[in-house]
Design a protein around this ligand. Structure first.
Ligand code: THU
Length: 160
């Protein structure tokens, strides 16, 4: 038997400690929550991506009466970014969420498994780490790369 320990590193910042570019990106994610379509969950999520060419693209969760047909803010944003700028790596993805009462969460929401898989694909596609910033009123979590959010993830290499 062999044991392997997988570890990830993350940094926790106060919102005011973010540099200007990251604070601006987070503000875009926060603003994007206002454009979510959430008649079922009333849970507003916004995301904003800064690309290698410094363009910023944002998106929000979009729900549907047939629940699985809706999509999360992270996927809305990444698919939009990749369709508008197919040759631009995503440098940083910021995510923010408000609960049913419209209150910002103290602890950041953690992206769902499907979004993590999509984040990893974006990261691998461009061969560059994609930083993730998760907003919480008690601290902003910074992950250094999307793959850190999904250890031992499915990899297309396995199909070869
Ligand atoms: N949601 C997101 O947009 N991102 C996440 O990381 C978690 C969940 C959305 C999906 C659905 O519209 C609502 O939040 C409740 O799950």
């Amino acid at each position: 038997m062999r044991q392997k320990i997988l570890q990830i590193e993350m940094q926790i910042y106060g919102y005011d400690e973010l540099n200007d570019a990251d604070r601006h990106l987070m503000d875009e994610a926060i603003r994007a929550t206002e454009r979510s379509y959430v008649p079922y969950s009333h849970f507003r999520v916004g995301a904003a991506a800064r690309l290698a060419n410094q363009a910023i693209v944002s998106g929000s969760n979009q729900e549907n009466a047939a629940y699985p047909s809706g999509t999360c803010a992270e996927r809305t944003t990444l698919f939009y970014a990749n369709s508008q700028y197919p040759d631009q790596a995503v440098e940083t993805l910021a995510i923010a969420a408000r609960n049913e009462r419209g209150a910002w969460l103290e602890l950041p929401i953690s992206p769902c498994g499907t979004c993590r898989q999509v984040m990893i694909e974006t990261e691998k596609r461009f061969g560059k780490p994609m930083r993730i910033l998760l907003y919480g009123t008690k601290g902003v979590y910074e992950l250094n790369r999307a793959t850190d959010l999904l250890p031992l993830s499915f990899d297309a290499e396995a199909m070869k």
